[in-house]
Design a binder for this molecule. Structure first.
Ligand SMILES: [Zn+2]
Length: 79
């Protein structure tokens, strides 16, 4: 059972709520009736994006370096 953390945009009241994934997210602050913001859920997306970006960047620069090296080696062998 995941715990969702909410923050009220109106009175800054923070609280945690045990909810099942299929439950509707809370929208209304139980204290003042203001609009709620769910804090858990955005962090996971950012970490996943960063990992994918790093992996792609590393793969590209590594293959580029290898290509340049083998091209130089075959050139000197031909002479
Ligand atoms: Zn509130």
């Amino acid at each position: 059972m995941p715990t969702y953390e909410y923050e009220c945009l109106k009175c800054k009241h923070k609280f945690e709520e045990f909810q099942s994934i299929t439950d509707e997210p809370l929208r209304v602050c139980p204290r003042c009736g203001g609009e709620l913001r769910r804090l858990i859920g955005t962090g996971g997306g950012i970490i996943f994006k960063g990992k994918g970006f790093y992996h792609t960047d590393y793969k590209t620069s590594a293959s580029d370096h290898k290509e340049k090296k083998s091209a130089t080696e075959s050139k000197s062998e031909d002479k």
